[in-house]
Design a protein around this ligand. Structure first.
Ligand code: SF4
Length: 289
């Protein structure tokens, strides 16, 4: 079996920064304890477990909003995850007198700054992103006149006479965003459109398109909650027509999936630690059917 190790893959700068930030404050006397992380620091359960072992408490309950998650927290430090968080949550953390540490990725803030700039100029905003994702929620919190578009269908429901500015979630699919932009242009010909998919996402998606030209099976190592990992699967399946499976670790590899495989490729989401991907590649390299 030939194993293709797709590069670049794995941790991006924003994920690396957020994880190191939590480790740094866990080791520092300056920050009041306990150290809470609001939501997954990055969308990978192995990273969350590793930080838990070091003493970080992740506040995570998908039935609760981030505002509700801090209701019972009355002391210590709260870290904002790499995806950002709604501004009312930041206000509440400050109002409660808790110490705030912001690990939001700089690329997410570039989009926030654009949204704020155009809201000030009295534009309505179309934000292309995944519903209920923390990054989307953070962006939508920046003003009232922001319309969320997840698919082309959502564009039909937008009713406004105002000028339109369009931006997006940083981890959106480079392929799926194009038809959405076209549909927006049809309805709002004068819309100003920026494409804010971050470089890390773009490079990882393009690498898969390039690598999977003659591949029987592709593994994406990543968490089910990781939007960028899910988009790598989607891109691989839809645009390279390669059977693609999301696995969280080497334990998810099934013999029935690899038995008759000639060429397999492996990539991973931006929030996936290298040791998980390496274990998958090592296993496949040593596999003999
Ligand atoms: S995927 Fe992009 S936006 Fe998200 S943390 Fe990484 S660099 Fe930042």
């Amino acid at each position: 079996m030939i194993v293709k190790d797709i590069r670049p893959r794995g941790f991006c700068k924003g994920v690396y920064f957020a994880i190191e930030k939590v480790k740094e404050i866990l080791n520092s006397k300056e920050y009041p304890k306990p150290i809470y992380v609001l939501g997954y620091i990055v969308h990978n359960k192995f990273v969350v477990e590793e930080l838990k072992a070091l003493g970080a408490i992740t506040l995570d309950d998908l039935t609760k909003s981030r505002l509700e998650l801090i209701d019972d927290i009355n002391s210590g430090t709260i870290v904002i995850s790499a995806h950002g968080t709604p501004i009312d949550v930041i206000d509440k953390i400050k109002a409660k007198g808790l110490t705030l540490v912001d690990a939001t990725c700089k690329d997410v803030y570039i989009t926030h700054d654009l949204i704020k700039e155009y809201l000030k100029k009295d534009y309505d905003i179309i934000y292309i992103g995944k519903k209920n994702h923390p990054e989307t929620n953070a962006s939508l919190s920046l003003g009232k006149n922001i319309y969320l578009v997840e698919t082309i269908k959502d564009i039909e429901t937008i009713k406004t006479d105002k000028k339109i500015f369009v931006t997006n979630q940083t981890t959106f699919s480079i392929k799926d965003i194009l038809p959405i932009h076209e549909a927006i242009k049809m309805k709002f010909p004068n819309a100003i459109i920026t494409e804010e998919i971050c470089n890390a996402t773009r490079l990882r998606q393009n690498a898969i398109i390039k690598a999977n030209s003659d591949v029987d099976l592709c593994y994406i190592v990543g968490d089910k909650r990781s939007n960028n990992s899910l988009n790598l699967v989607k891109i691989s399946e839809k645009f390279t027509k390669t059977k693609t499976l999301l696995i969280q670790s080497v334990k998810d590899i099934k013999e029935s999936d690899i038995k008759a495989i000639r060429v397999v490729s492996v990539s991973s989401g931006a929030s996936t630690p290298e040791y998980l991907t390496k274990a998958v590649i090592d296993f496949l390299d040593n596999y003999q059917s």
